[in-house]
Design a protein around this ligand. Structure first.
Ligand SMILES: NC(=O)c1ccc[n+]([C@@H]2O[C@H](COP(=O)([O-])OP(=O)(O)OC[C@H]3O[C@@H](n4cnc5c(N)ncnc54)[C@H](OP(=O)(O)O)[C@@H]3O)[C@@H](O)[C@H]2O)c1
Length: 233
């Protein structure tokens, strides 16, 4: 999803600074974005679970670009729920990647934007965070916590001219879901990328992609708990 969104940013000639943990695909994506028209593309190899590198990362970005208008956070893992059920260490790993790393990254970034009285934070969360269910509640917990954190951050930063956009995709056909059998609810990553870019340009607060997920999740959230707890989902 991040690559698809970045393709549209590149065609609009933006300066991009990409962060990922594998250097080879990162360089391939950077080259693709240069060809598509990005004014500049810099790269930084980092496992985002190395929290002590997050402030250094922001300093490097500012030194390289001379400033920063928008941060787009889109990393994550879809862990194995069954393994999490038997291993706290595995659960902690999932919560760390999908939630705590975002909190750590956004701590210096939010302060930077707050001080400048402008900026835009865009983070991919998930519809899975709207209600936890037995098949993926560790992942759902991380996404729900992320959405709540972003809601609080939005409330804090709005008076300081900073926009916080929460993207909540449903099922999307990406490397993350490669092993999941596809059905009609799956969206194409390029279509989702267009919707994310549109949400960014329109400075939205919370966006479901595709939009029909807002209504699905409204229905799911309204199922009474005494019924929901018996449902196999
Ligand atoms: N696909 C869906 O159905 C769906 C639905 C709702 C929300 N989401 C969320 O959307 C976001 C983007 O996912 P995607 O579907 O585009 O999947 P993706 O293509 O697998 O992208 C996730 C990326 O996160 C990177 N990553 C994971 N852990 C990292 C770490 N510790 N440090 C640095 N990078 C790390 C992965 O890097 P590697 O390639 O090195 O593993 C991968 O490039 C995720 O937050 C995901 O939870 C996905």
């Amino acid at each position: 999803m991040a690559h698809e969104t970045a393709k549209l940013m590149a065609s609009d000639g933006h300066c991009l600074y990409l962060v990922a943990r594998k250097s080879e695909p990162l360089e391939e994506i950077a080259q693709d974005l240069r060809v598509r028209g990005a004014s500049s593309v810099d790269t930084h190899v980092l496992d985002l679970n190395n929290f002590d590198q997050h402030e250094v990362l922001l300093k490097n970005i500012l030194n390289t670009l001379g400033g920063l208008d928008l941060v787009f956070i889109a990393h994550g893992t879809l862990g194995n729920e069954k393994v999490c059920e038997t291993s706290y260490q595995e659960t902690l790993k999932e919560l760390t990647t999908n939630f705590l790393s975002v909190v750590s990254l956004l701590t210096p970034i939010a302060n930077y934007f707050e001080g400048r009285l402008e900026g835009h934070i865009v983070v991919i969360s998930s519809v899975a965070g709207d209600r936890a269910r037995q098949s993926n509640y560790v992942y759902g917990t991380a996404q729900g916590a992320k959405s709540l954190f972003l809601q609080g951050l939005r409330n804090r930063l709005t008076p300081h001219g900073v926009t916080v956009t929460t993207i909540k995709p449903g099922f999307v056909d990406t490397p993350m879901t490669v092993s999941i059998k596809k059905n009609f609810l799956f969206a194409r990553a390029d279509v989702v990328g267009e919707k994310i870019y549109s949400a960014i340009k329109n400075k939205k607060d919370i966006v479901y992609v595709p939009g029909f997920w807002r209504w699905i999740m409204l229905a799911v959230k309204n199922i009474p708990e005494k019924i929901f707890k018996h449902m196999k989902m």
